[in-house]
Structure formats: structure tokens, C-alpha cells
Design a protein around this ligand. Sequence first.
Ligand SMILES: NC(=O)c1ccc[n+]([C@@H]2O[C@H](COP(=O)([O-])OP(=O)(O)OC[C@H]3O[C@@H](n4cnc5c(N)ncnc54)[C@H](OP(=O)(O)O)[C@@H]3O)[C@@H](O)[C@H]2O)c1
Length: 307
Amino acid sequence: MIKKVELGNTGIYVPNIAVGCMRIPGQTEKETEEFITTALDCGLNFFDHADIYGGGVCEEKFGKAVKSLGIDRESITVQTKCGIVPGVMFDFSKEHIIESAENSLRRLGTDYIDVLLLHRPDALVEPEEVAEAFTYLHDRGMVKNFGVSNQKPYQIELLKKTIPYELCANQMQFGLGHSFMVSSGMCANMDDKFSLEREGGILDYSRLHGMTLQAWSPLLYGFFAGNILTDEKFAPLRVKMAEIAKKYSISLSAVAFAWILRHPAKMQVVSGTSRADRIRELALASDVRLTREEWYTLHLSAGNILP
Ligand SMILES: NC(=O)c1ccc[n+]([C@@H]2O[C@H](COP(=O)([O-])OP(=O)(O)OC[C@H]3O[C@@H](n4cnc5c(N)ncnc54)[C@H](OP(=O)(O)O)[C@@H]3O)[C@@H](O)[C@H]2O)c1
């Protein structure tokens, strides 16, 4: 069974596993259709995009497949992002946000985007401009909900000063191989690398404000950079994951998802696989609730410490 979480404080409930679409540009049309139908079959109807994924190809392929499969638009939640001009700059100007959203709508072949995220903090952000862009898109029914990605608490507070809409989600890198969001809290004020606060306390901030954290690259860009199955440095983690995988009859990668979902902040994991069979495997993590001891054992086996 797929578990749902409330998206921010919107009253909209979405699967705790979102289907990331960054890696689908290489799929054939048939593979994209199978990818989407498998996800829907598993109960995963929340899809994550960005204007820049595959240079726009991901949104385009997805839109085409949804149309040719005759999927009811209302039955899926489509999230996309804007604000990056690859290799050139980050751009939260009013013009860029509106133009990017218009292009995403066209490529996705839809009248509205369910959730639009600001992809990475723009150092030159003028919150008033963002507010104007969001109001323009919201008033025209082009975007229903807004959020951010890779942002710290004060960056969000700055945006909130002018934006008249809830910022319902923040997409951050998080997982067993990249768990600074939890380790910096547990190692507060210690003289070691684990106490370094890289994200400004975003985990507690999100819980306080009911903002959904979406964990991107949950397997660290691959199955722990492709080497968890062979690399000696992952041996202790591999052993623990295998034990837990056996107990719950799920795959190792699903254990990595379950570890994220066990955290009481209402997180969504954003899956990254482009394979339909792996979507099926990962979906099984949705309602696995690891014990406290299992959660900590995995955390420690991944190389973290308890001070
Ligand atoms: N907001 C941001 O800044 C940001 C940044 C990066 C990503 N994202 C979002 O997060 C999503 C996930 O990121 P990600 O793709 O880096 O996530 P990931 O889950 O850490 O990595 C997915 C990669 O792992 C590979 N993989 C190898 N073994 C696997 C296994 N057993 N199970 C599942 N995958 C396995 C997949 O290959 P196969 O495809 O062959 O399965 C795929 O290439 C993206 O699609 C995107 O929507 C957001």
C-alpha cells in the first residue's frame, strides 16, 4: 500500500514516493509509457520534473506519453522547477519564471502545473519579483502550488515576506549516503565534521512549518554512486541493509528509501530510476516502517557517529 503525506499545509495528500523524471531522456516512447503506467499501477501518481531536465526533453516525452496513454490529467500530480539557466546563472526574475513556466506547460501538454519549485537559490533574488511572477501564474490558473528546492530557512523566510502563497515543499538532497540534515542536529556543538551545519537547520524548520521535504538523489546519484554492492567502504552498510531487506522482503534500494521515510518529518522520496521494474521494487518501501533501532543501525553503518 502506498502511504500518503500532506503536501505542506495544502490539504492535498500525495504519495510519499515521488517519481523523478530527470533520467528519462534516453527512454524510447514505449519505455516512457511503460515507466508511467507502472508507476501509476503501483499507486505513484506524483511526477517530478524541471524545465532543464534533458534540456526540456523529459517534460516533452512525459507530456507526449500522458497524452497517448489517455491519462486523466486530474489523476496525476505534476511538479516542475524553474530558475536555472544551465552553466550561466540562476534566475528568479519575473520574466524568467513566467517564461519558464509557460514553456513547461507547452512541453508537458497541460493547462496547469500542480507544483512549481524554484530550483536553486538565486543570489540576486528580488522577492517582490518572485511574488509578482507567482501571482501572474496563479491568477491565470497556470500554477496551483509553489515551493522551493535547495533552500535554507532564512532564504525561505525572505521569500515568504512577499509571496502571498504557501511554499509547500522544499526539495533537498538527502539519504543514507548524504544525511547531513540529521547528523548536524544530532552532533550539535561538537568539534567534528558531523556537526557542520550546511543547510541552516532546514529539517527542524520544515517540521515547524509543516513544509514537505522532498529527498532528491536518495541513492546518491546511483546505487550509492554505483558501488554499494562491491565497495569495501560500504561493507558494514551492505550487511545491515541486506538483513533488513530480508526481514521486510524488499530490495536494498527500497531499504534506503524506507530509511528516509522513517524520519518523522513528512518527507517524500524522489525516486531517480528510469526503469519500470525498479519503480515497482522501490514502491514497496512506501509503507515499511523501520524500527528505531534499525534506523539508527543503518545511520551508523553508513559511517555516521553518535557523539
Ligand atoms: N532539486 C534538485 O536539485 C534535484 C537534483 C537532482 C535530482 N533531482 C530529482 O531527484 C530525482 C532522483 O535523483 P537521482 O536520479 O539522482 O536519484 P537516485 O535514486 O539517487 O539515483 C538514480 C540512479 O540510480 C541508478 N540505480 C542503480 N541501481 C539502482 C537501484 N537498484 N534502484 C534504483 N536506482 C538504481 C538508476 O539507474 P536506472 O535508471 O538504470 O535504474 C539511476 O541512474 C531526479 O529524477 C529528479 O527528479 C532534484
